[in-house]
Design a protein around this ligand. Sequence first.
Ligand SMILES: Nc1ncnc2c1ncn2[C@@H]1O[C@H](COP(=O)(O)OP(=O)(O)O)[C@@H](O)[C@H]1O
Ligand SMILES: [Mg+2]
Length: 190
Amino acid sequence: MVEKPPPLPEAGITTANPMTCSLRIRTNSPEQTQAVGRSIGEQAQAGDIYLLTGSLGAGKTCLTQGIAWGLGVPGYARSPTFVLMTRYQGRMVLHHVDLYRIGDSEEAWDLGLEEQLTGDGVCVVEWADRAAEIFPQDCLWIELSYGDSVDCRDITLEISGESSGESPAPRFKPLLASLRELDWAREAKT
Ligand SMILES: Nc1ncnc2c1ncn2[C@@H]1O[C@H](COP(=O)(O)OP(=O)(O)O)[C@@H](O)[C@H]1O
Ligand SMILES: [Mg+2]
């Protein structure tokens, strides 16, 4: 059964630093996190890789659900924890990978993620920090963490390359800029 996505709710930008190519968005409900994901999915381009980190229940799958909707995937994306990866068809293919159960990077290599990481679809990886070495430079890292109240989460988006002193992936700069500029309140009413 295809379930209808909820309308875009409000969300808030708590940190926006154009100098560091990172952006922190605070959400106060799962729907707001989905809305952030949906905006990412709407702007996704072929070959994009989103690397999600954060503890259990932080909202990685919730954000991925929004990305799936943004890509036009109907219904709900479930966590692929037990099957490790799931493939969805939207306006592009979405590969949803979950590395929770892998022991190390070598095991991640053995999964054979080449197709997911080098194809012309979009790849979202939960628990990406468990195998950080296997990913190419040009990825968008997205860390989810618990905020001060039960439904509060901080979503920090960071373009890789920054900490190593290399030039951050230019591909994601417009995406961060648009998330920063997005009028969440206005979209919530449409
Ligand atoms: N602001 C929020 N953003 C995302 N999830 C939230 C938020 N507030 C509460 N939640 C709840 O937290 C849980 C997140 O679960 P999930 O996305 O599966 O986490 P993860 O994949 O990181 O383990 C869900 O039960 C969701 O309803
Ligand atoms: Mg999950």
